[in-house]
Design a protein around this ligand. Structure first.
Ligand SMILES: O=c1ccn([C@H]2C[C@H](O)[C@@H](COP(=O)(O)OP(=O)(O)OP(=O)(O)O)O2)c(=O)[nH]1
Ligand SMILES: [Mg+2]
Length: 149
């Protein structure tokens, strides 16, 4: 699928987001910072520009901003909003809410790859208002109702 993209930061001219391997789901997003960013444990999340904008232009798609697994697990660099949801009609710069959920200071250098973008299909629904649902096997059971073994 072809996706309209704008480069808002000239430093990205030669490095558009790319899939690292043929099977990759995520496109790494870079921190378009002017200087090194230090995130201390307990600091509020910092909104980091990515230097790009996309326009999905189709309600059957959305994009998700997710942590990179290595940074999230090892360093504690995750997202202040946990997951970023990019609407198909959003045309502004993609922003990453960078949050240090860990116990060590984190250093982000300009153009570091700090998060990843995944394009996903979306189903928009119309509601069919009912008094009762047809009974399913699960019914209203949840939160461990099926046991653990
Ligand atoms: O991590 C994120 C999350 C969102 N966005 C942009 C794209 C998205 O389409 C827009 C709005 O996001 P969302 O709907 O999640 O936030 P909201 O608080 O509901 O804002 P709005 O009232 O603008 O919908 O902000 C980002 O750039 N990065
Ligand atoms: Mg919204």
């Amino acid at each position: 699928m072809k996706l309209d993209i704008q480069i808002l930061d000239a430093r990205l001219r030669d490095q558009l987001p790319a899939y690292a391997t043929p099977g990759s789901a995520g496109l790494d997003l870079r921190a378009c910072l002017d200087s090194t960013l230090h995130l201390q444990p307990g600091d509020a999340a910092v909104l980091v520009p990515t230097g790009i904008a996309i326009h999905l232009n189709n309600p059957e798609y959305a994009a998700l901003i997710l942590p990179r697994s290595g940074l999230g697990h090892k360093q504690g660099l995750v997202l202040g909003n946990l997951v970023g949801l990019i609407d198909s009609d959003y045309q502004g710069q993609l922003m990453v809410s960078a949050w240090n959920r860990g116990q060590q200071a984190i250093t982000i250098e300009p153009l570091d790859r700090i998060a990843q973008l995944v394009i996903v299909p979306v189903v928009q629904v119309q509601f069919n208002l009912v008094e009762q649902f047809d009974q399913s096997t699960r019914g209203t059971g949840g939160y461990g109702s099926t046991g653990s073994q």
